[in-house]
Design a protein around this ligand. Structure first.
Ligand SMILES: [Zn+2]
Length: 297
């Protein structure tokens, strides 16, 4: 099985868990063809990865059953490639979202060799003294060597971040790149809360429009309003539709109503048997096997 270049992988790992996860996600999109095979890759195109969910685009809908049939195999292959559980679901993206036609647009994984960058950083005598002092108590010389090396690298990394104008995260104080308001960890936590809030709004009011959801976000998470785009709510609506469909018990009328209201964007009093039936027909490949009875249009 094709695997990621070991040296590059170790380099990215040394930059911390979040950078490494970003790198892995990027690599999965970049090496997609090698992971799922050429034929599958031709018909099932990766769009993006959000919180362990890979969104894909399928132009020819006759390939949708293939995706559902081999979904767990694909997930396994992706995680084997990354040597980490990086994906736990594969979902269809928003129907308006198209993969970039030019494959080169998905650029190669970052090639910045951080260990080379760190070699260019020198520590002052004071800084080295500080490290030596912190290791003075360690008796075993081999252990001492390891701790010294690690501490030197860590201090160099901190210096590298400062020299590249990294600043303190608004929330936790960790150093983060100039263009980010918060560090990767805080950004991810905030994003998850943001997504959870939007999901809850859609569960409560499944037919809510972009403007209606926006009003609620302005009230409850004003700091996120710049990130709130029509695309955000659409992608969350899509995954909520798929999650609801994937686990749908067609006998549970509340679940069925929720699914139809989300999908058709209409309130409860506008539902009727015909609309419900059409929706279940359109979403039949998303339904669990036992629920996949034939729906007539
Ligand atoms: Zn932070």
């Amino acid at each position: 099985m094709f695997a990621i270049d070991e040296v590059l992988k170790r380099t990215m790992q040394s930059m911390g868990e979040d950078v490494y996860t970003k790198y892995l996600r990027h690599s999965i999109l970049f090496y997609w063809k090698d992971i799922v095979g050429e034929t599958n890759a031709k018909h099932i195109k990766p769009l993006r990865i959000e919180y362990k969910r890979l969104f894909v685009y399928i132009a020819d809908s006759s390939w949708k059953p293939t995706l559902y049939e081999y979904k767990s195999t694909f997930i396994q292959k992706i995680n084997d490639f990354a040597k980490k559980e990086i994906i736990d679901d594969i979902l269809l993206g928003n129907p308006n979202e198209r993969p970039k036609e030019d494959e080169n647009v998905i650029c190669a994984p970052p090639q910045v060799d951080i260990s080379k960058e760190l070699q260019k950083i020198t520590l002052t005598d004071d800084e080295l003294d500080e490290i030596n002092k912190s290791c003075a108590q360690i008796e075993s010389s081999s252990l001492k060597n390891i701790v010294l090396k690690t501490s030197i690298n860590r201090m160099k990394l901190e210096k590298y971040k400062r020299q590249n104008k990294w600043h303190e995260c608004e929330k936790c104080g960790a150093l983060c790149p100039q263009e980010q308001r918060t560090c990767d960890v805080c950004t991810q936590l905030e994003d998850e809360t943001f997504r959870k809030t939007i999901t809850q709004i859609l569960r409560d009011v499944p037919y809510a429009t972009y403007a209606e959801v926006k009003k609620e976000i302005e009230r409850s998470m004003p700091q996120m309003i710049d990130d709130f785009l029509p695309h955000t709510v659409e992608s969350i609506r899509t995954s909520l539709i798929q999650q609801t469909a994937n686990s749908l018990d067609t006998k549970d009328q509340n679940q069925v109503n929720l699914l139809v209201m989300l999908y058709k964007r209409i309130p409860l009093d506008k539902l009727n048997d015909k609309i419900i039936n059409n929706t279940l027909y359109e979403l039949r490949y998303n339904l669990p096997m036992k629920g996949r009875i034939t729906f007539e249009r």
